[in-house]
Design a protein around this ligand. Sequence first.
Ligand SMILES: Nc1ncnc2c1ncn2[C@@H]1O[C@H](COP(=O)(O)OP(=O)(O)OP(=O)(O)O)[C@@H](O)[C@H]1O
Length: 755
Amino acid sequence: MSSRQEKGVNVQVLLRCRPFSEDELRSNAPQVVTCNEFNREVAVSQNIAGKHIDRVFTFDKVFGPSAQQKDLYEQAVTPIVNEVLEGFNCTIFAYGQTGTGKTYTMEGECKRSKSGPNRELPQEAGVIPRAVKQIFDMLESQNDEYSVKVTFLELYNEEITDLLAPEELSKVSLEEKQKKQLPLMEDGKGGVLVRGLEEEIVSSASEIFTLLERGSSKRRTAETLLNKQSSRSHSLFSITIHIKEANPEGEELIKCGKLNLVDLAGSENISRSGARENRAREAGEINKSLLTLGRVISALVEHLGHIPYRDSKLTRLLRDSLGGRTKTCIIATVSPAVHCLEETLSTLDYAHRAKNIRNKPEVNQKMMKSTLIKDLYGEIERLKAEVYATREKNGVYIPKERYYHEESERKAMADQIEQMGVTIETQQKQQEDLQSKYIYQVQLCSDLSNKLNTTEKTLNKTSRLLANSEEEVKKCQYTLKEKDFIISEQRKAENALAHQACVLRADLEKAHDDNASLFLKIGRKDKLNSDNRTVVNNFEVEFAQQVGALRNTVSLSLSEQNEHLQCVEKLCYSFLGINDKTVIDLKKKVTALKELYISHNEAMQNVVRLHKAGSDATLNELSSIISSNGHSIEEFLASESVESDSIFDDLQNSLSTQQGELALFARELRNRLNLSVKQIKDISERSQELVDRLFEESKKLEDFALSADYMQMKNIGDFKQAYEEQSRSDAEKLIVDMTSLVTDHIRRQMDLVCL
Ligand SMILES: Nc1ncnc2c1ncn2[C@@H]1O[C@H](COP(=O)(O)OP(=O)(O)OP(=O)(O)O)[C@@H](O)[C@H]1O
């Protein structure tokens, strides 16, 4: 198998643009599609509401409006039919909007009445009749035995109808016969088969034309606003060819090839097509099949894990043609008119996308004639058994619901198996990835160990070089050490000299520092003496000021005290006056109170007497009580008067004692004042004496400070003179020492140099 086949072959996509229809020509519809057959390009350009659309698509082949059926067939389909005859399975789809020429391209005009002399096909004949003709022409031209069988089915609302089923002369109505649905089943080899689909064995092209005419007339069509003859169903015409061959060993082999020719339903938008009410479901189903086809194409292009083949019958039927072992060709049909622009762009996008699907075409295995005969016998036996079971009714009969239920269960299981297959595939891929990663890691490890070995070798070499270098360094160091010894001796002598000089310098610096500190001390003492002098002067002045202030304060306090005493005396006299006056007032009040009391008493007695006289007659029994009361009142009044008299006497006594005490206090106060005046006089006299004494003392201190100052100055002068003499002799001695040291050093150096 070639590498191209291993990688897969892309689906071939052709584009055909039909010419303007009569209606479009009448309405003068603008052209928006231009085909460049040479460059295989289709350009779409149009200005819509100020927006300019300008797109170019490239396909495997492009056929413009002028392209004839013959051109398309010869350029695109002839090679495919040849491959079918070689034993490949091939599929050709027609995809496009309603009225763009799908049926025209696939079927065309293939009525036998229109065929020319020598069984020539009419000019309008499409892919199917031309393919049939080519196949028979080829087969007939060869001497090999062959058999050709065809099937023709229609997929409408997800229901399969056999377009080649014979017209039975039964009582069943034509409509019912047409509605007879065929189930789609798994064939057990990964494919699907339509159970009960009529396989017509044909021996000539004209037979096929008859069948095609019969089938086409059965195709359901529904009238839409866009196209009066629009096909709303998908049709699948299949030709299977078996050719007998003999191999070099003389064995008879059967070569098998299959060609699927699919005319898809219109891809247009349902709302635009005007489909309504009872036809909505119909339109919906058509779209569902086409949508699934689109999803399958997307999944194949994007290499997704799961391809939703099972979501519609159309994709189940075409499974092998999309991503399988079949060679596939898509003929996309478009209209050049502006009113189809939207759909044209959608078809172009769709077809362009489909270009990326990759199939892995494989030639069908040639079968031994005996095997094929065996298979056919087996098939005949199976069919016989079915016929017998139907006739005798001794087969397995199950209710329709159960059959559908079991069918759906089986479908689900098949889906699961498919999913598992996908999972296994992905896991295998993962395993392969891991394997390759593992191999890569092993390779990496061996590379690293190699590198490590070479690095170790280099390291050993380097360490040997290092040892040699170290020995050389040691030798060099030994010769250097000898030189270093001489230099160190010289350095030692220099250091000793420098040390001596440093010591001398330090001594000199110390002596200089001592001198400076001595001068500082003398300066400080001078300053202290002058400070002391100013302090004594200040003290004298301050002391005199303070004594003066004290004297003033004492005299001021004396006068103040005198004033105060006078005030106190005055206060005492005024207090005594006030007190006397109060006593007199009190006496007056007490007398008035006494008089008031006596008058009250008399008034009371009078009232009592009046009451007594007034109530004598009525209150005889109370007279004794009143008399006793009067007696007790009299007693009370008597006791009260005695008590008030005693209070008055007490008050008078206390006033007289207070008067005496105040006089005593005033006397004592005067005595004390006299005493304090005397004491203050003594203090002032004593402080005057102290001040005089302090004056004398300060004078003495001043004299002493002057004499001490003189003495210190004299001592400093003497010390300065002695110190100067001493330092001069020290310096001379030091210079002599230094000179001898320098001479010694020079002599020692000279000795060393001589050595
Ligand atoms: N290339 C062509 N040259 C001349 N006439 C064409 C061409 N293509 C299509 N026509 C004409 O356009 C009309 C519509 O074509 P056709 O019925 O094949 O469209 P369709 O795509 O099959 O529509 P539907 O999806 O409804 O089946 C027909 O009358 C057909 O003869």
